[in-house]
Design a protein around this ligand. Structure first.
Ligand code: NI
Length: 179
């Protein structure tokens, strides 16, 4: 098991635009995915992007296993098993956005309320070279957009509309989330 060092906000690597991967099936990409997997689970994350582990490649992984139960009709698109994508792309399927709470392994201890598109379609290469295409809603759409932003050097506070809603997670647990 290889644990990679996770870059924290302020490290310039998190502000860079990552490079397209030439061969999604190459051995270095397989090794990167395995190490990212180990690192993400060790850190209790639900998503990780390659720039967070100092690799400037367009590679992300995420899962959305706590589906948003209030949207029962969207139960399939709300959910994603652990998914690794190389050279991902996406587009919103409607203009609708929703504000929700996010954390980031590169911004430890903090949580913030971030607007994201609620209904999106994304695609990307799997490590076997095939293309995966999915529709995503709820937390699934949110975690994808969060990880994708890392590939363009964007961290979630840059998406926030109100910095009053950037708080320490332990204080929020003690006092409740600000409204
Ligand atoms: Ni993040």
């Amino acid at each position: 098991m290889t644990l990679l060092k996770i870059a924290k906000m302020g490290d310039p690597v998190l502000s860079e635009v990552s490079n397209v991967v030439d061969d999604p099936t190459s051995e270095p990409v397989k090794k990167l995915l395995k190490d990212m997997h180990d690192t993400m689970f060790d850190a209790d994350g639900t998503g990780l992007a390659a720039p967070q582990v100092h690799s400037g490649k367009r590679v992300i992984m995420f899962m959305a296993q706590n589906s948003n139960q209030k949207n029962e009709k969207n139960i399939d698109t709300d959910f994603a098993p652990l998914t690794s994508l190389i050279n991902p792309s996406w587009k919103p399927l409607s203009e609708a956005m929703e504000i929700g709470w996010e954390g980031c392994l590169s911004i430890p201890g903090l949580t913030g309320a971030v607007p994201r598109y609620v209904n999106i379609k994304y695609q990307g290469y799997l490590v076997d070279g095939t293309i995966l295409e999915r529709q995503a809603t709820g937390f699934h759409a949110r975690v994808f957009q969060h990880e994708y932003d890392h590939l363009d050097g964007v961290l979630y506070p840059q998406r926030m509309e109100n910095l009053k809603h950037l708080v320490f997670t332990d204080e929020a647990m003690r006092h409740g989330l600000p409204s």
